[in-house]
Design a protein around this ligand. Structure first.
Ligand SMILES: O=P(O)(O)OC[C@H]1O[C@H](OP(=O)(O)OP(=O)(O)O)[C@H](O)[C@@H]1O
Ligand code: HPA
Length: 179
């Protein structure tokens, strides 16, 4: 049903599964003995977070923050809003931010500075990186896939809060935007 709105698949379900397993193994080695706080950024990170943590084989805790800067369309508003803060003490803590995408970089720059200001040691893993979208200087330590400068949906990523439940990452047909 949703598939009829998709122009092309950029990253398949199988590719996501394989890469998440690889990243989980790398993160296990990185965080063994450090009990990191794995911090999912709502709402887009939920499917990737769920897939990734199955493969992190060391003690860890998890928490969530909600921030928002895209209000319904395909363009960043330029302003990052903190909607829900983390609920865990973070001073001195290793934090692994889990994101679905870095595009302009504004969301992650805001979050990294906020958490570092509170005394946390912050690293970032993102499912997708769109380097051509970058407006501010920020990079992830670990990236699933580097993608071209196109608006994408699926596996957590939305257009107008829809299509997050697609099991892969794809590009919408042009006609969907004019509906
Ligand atoms: O690098 P940027 O240009 O800042 O874009 C990346 C952010 O945009 C999306 O979040 P959004 O604000 O749409 O909220 P959502 O996770 O609820 O979709 C996405 O989940 C990232 O958090
Ligand atoms: O390409 C995108 N798709 C969905 N949400 C996003 N937030 C930043 N970039 C994107």
């Amino acid at each position: 049903m949703l598939e009829k709105d998709i122009e092309k698949v950029l990253v398949s379900e199988e590719q996501i599964r394989v890469r998440s397993t690889e990243l989980g193994e790398i993160l296990t080695a990185e965080y063994e003995g450090k009990n990191p706080l794995v911090l999912g950024i709502l709402r887009g990170s939920v499917p990737f977070m769920a897939e990734l943590i199955k493969h992190i084989d060391c003690h860890m805790e998890m928490d969530f923050m909600t921030v928002s800067s895209y209000h319904g369309g395909t363009k960043s508003s330029g302003e990052v809003k903190l909607i829900m803060d983390v609920d865990t003490a973070i001073r001195g803590r290793d934090i692994l931010i889990v994101e679905d995408i870095i595009d302009t970089g504004r969301t992650l720059k805001y979050l990294k500075e906020l958490l570092e200001h509170r005394g946390a040691k912050v690293k970032i893993v993102t499912l997708l990186d769109k380097p051509e979208g970058r407006i501010v200087d920020i990079d992830a330590q670990w990236t699933g896939f580097t993608i071209p400068n196109e608006f994408v949906v699926g596996f957590g990523l939305d257009y107008d809060n829809n299509y997050r439940n697609l099991p892969y990452v794809g590009v919408l047909k042009e006609e969907v935007y004019s509906k």
